[in-house]
Ligand binder design. Sequence first.
Ligand SMILES: [Zn+2]
Length: 155
Amino acid sequence: MNKNQEQVVICKKCNHSPMVSRLENDSYVYKAERLKLTNLPVFICPKCNNKFYPKIYKLKRIKQIKDQVSKLTNFQKVLTSEDLLKIRTTLGMTPEQIDPLITAKFGDYAKWESGKEKIPAAYNLILKLIKKELDSGKNINIIDFLKGERFWWKG
Ligand SMILES: [Zn+2]
């Protein structure tokens, strides 16, 4: 393996050789989840800063994404109607109370909880964060959780 990493790579932009190998981190958004990708090998040209992504870069990237996606737990998946009902009742709110705090259009929340419409990824993420707080036993107030600000509040 190490032998292959020592290969001499010539810059396609300025013909300088060798390009320097470096490990980089990246991220990938799968549904509402940001996956962290690490130690991806790239080549940098010390002369012109041109970057070259070898085949192994792509392969490692795909492998890390696949591995992480296969390990996603319930927390990372899209919330179900039951999840939403549980979040809302734990907060002690009616659909009419929770709606203006987390949606952009009044009535959206009820559609998500009833399963009539799929929760958009950004809202799913916020609700998942709220669920995480509640699941860890925190007695949160949704206003406190959102740091006193009403997201997308239309006043
Ligand atoms: Zn170059």
